[in-house]
Design a binder for this molecule. Structure first.
Ligand code: PFF
Length: 462
């Protein structure tokens, strides 16, 4: 049997994991959720969720992968035999289908808008209303949506086919610095605009009256989504690490990069929105309706609009590969398929699963399911199911597994294996009895209880 591939370096892993975390969640979702939920007030709750729940679970996910050198199903089997725990892994594989089915549609839009920006289309939009009509018109054509979805999908498949080092790692090492560079350019541009301070104020001065239990629900769901937790993506990436790698440091780095990039994306977007006097609460259309005309009306707008959508595309690609890799690794490990065969099979299956989401904006727009009092299309259902149910559920079981089945002692011992005593905080942070106790508390009590409460609230049971 061929040896399991590994990352070529620690930086390679961190960039790939950060590439998975930094995605549409940071640039498309975070700003509009923050916009709709009170800006800084949401940011505050979100940061708590990342620190208290996201970060510990991120450590555990990567660890389970590294310890077992397996995909999510195989990982649970290896540690706990052929028990029901393997279904938690299977839930992850199912979630990877669900997420990618709507994610690749938004990825396709990003590619399409990069092309439109290059063509200079946005310069002719006088305001967001016209841009919104353009968006709806384009989406009413199923071939347009499916065509760009296909392009996006092919780029993901191409990268996955090239393997862990030659594909996942190389793409992330190449694309992540570009992403950071573009984001900086957009932030600097945004800060220099008149009235940019209003955007900053919106993002950084909290209005506590906006906080209610549903803010918490959203923030927690989004913390899972943005850190790629709860479906085994980080586990799968962790499975390409060796025992010498320092998971605690890597997790800090990934969570830090992910958070800072979401905040910077917020700065880049809200400075533009406020300086043009528009409403920050535009919802999912913020990026595709509001930004194109506003960006292209700025000095140098042609280039900024292009850069923005390129940024979105890069973010979507480096996350998309990690989502598909979960299913591919499953077939490679469990059914002993070659990477090529596994990628082709899963690629086709996930591609087909995404078609109803692509048609949600045209042929199937009337096919809806009532959820929480709203009519949800296939696209909305996939997003809701993944972010509000599957990922938090996966996170819940991970916390229970590490806290009660594997036990905090074994978990911490395993985490400390790769202590490099290095760079940032060092794994040694977990060696002190107090921090181990806090870690245990977060994993055994706080995370499961909060996730459980969020579920009860979501279904209207409390
Ligand atoms: N973290 C990605 C984002 O913020 O866009 C989305 C994601 C990737 C979710 C991988 C889950 C996952 F396994």
């Amino acid at each position: 049997m061929s040896k399991r591939e590994q990352w070529s370096s620690k930086t390679g892993f961190i960039l790939a994991a950060a590439g998975s975390a930094v995605g549409l969640g940071n640039i498309w979702k975070f700003p509009y959720i923050a916009g709709e939920n009170g800006g800084a007030a949401f940011l505050f709750i979100y940061l708590i969720c990342i620190l208290a729940i996201g970060l510990p679970i991120l450590n555990i996910e990567i660890l389970l992968g590294r310890e077992t050198q397996k995909n999510p199903v195989g990982a649970f089997k290896k540690i706990h035999g052929d028990s029901n725990w393997k279904y938690v892994g299977a839930l992850g594989v199912f979630a990877s289908f669900t997420i990618l089915s709507f994610y690749s549609i938004v990825g396709g839009w990003s590619v399409a808008y990069t092309v439109e920006a290059l063509k200079g289309t946005f310069a002719s939009f006088p305001d967001p209303e016209v841009a919104g009509e353009f968006f709806n018109l384009k989406n009413s054509n199923p071939y347009w949506v499916l065509g760009y979805h296909t392009l996006f999908f092919l780029s993901i498949i191409g990268i996955i086919l090239s393997g862990v080092k030659g594909g996942l790692e190389k793409a992330s090492k190449f694309l992540m610095p570009i992403l950071l560079f573009i984001l900086f350019a957009l932030v600097v541009n945004g800060l220099m605009l008149p009235d940019s301070d209003k955007g900053m104020e919106f993002l950084f001065s909290p209005d506590w009256s906006k906080i209610n239990p549903s803010t918490f629900l959203l923030a927690l769901g989004h913390a899972f989504f943005t850190l790629s937790l709860g479906m085994g993506a980080m586990m799968t990436y962790g499975s390409y690490l060796s025992d010498n790698d320092d998971i605690v440091n890597a997790s800090y780095m990934v969570a830090f990069l992910d958070t800072i990039i979401a905040i910077l994306a917020g700065v880049a977007i809200f400075t533009v929105v406020f300086s043009s006097g528009y409403d920050p609460t535009a919802g999912p259309g913020l990026v595709f309706h509001v930004l194109p005309p506003l960006l292209s009306q700025l000095p140098g707008g042609y280039i900024f609009a292009f850069l923005f959508f390129l940024l979105l595309t890069i973010a979507a690609v480096t996350s998309g590969i990690s989502i598909l890799e979960v299913s591919v690794a499953y077939l490679v490990d469990e059914l002993k398929f070659s990477r090529k065969k596994a990628t082709m099979i899963m690629g086709v299956l996930v591609y087909l699963a995404a078609i109803p989401c692509a048609l949600s904006f045209n042929l199937l727009s009337d096919v809806t399911l009532p959820i929480q009092g709203k009519a949800f299309t296939f696209f909305d259902v996939a997003d809701f199911l993944a972010s509000n149910i599957l990922l938090p559920l996966g996170g819940f079981f991970l916390a229970i597994f590490a806290g009660y089945v594997w036990g905090i002692d074994s978990t911490v011992k395993a985490l400390l294996k790769g202590d490099s005593g290095s760079l940032y905080f060092g794994n040694s942070i977990l060696e002190s009895p107090t921090s181990k106790m806090i870690f245990g508390f977060l994993i055994k009590y706080l995370s499961p209880v909060l996730i459980f409460l969020v579920f009860l609230y979501q279904f209207g049971w409390i």
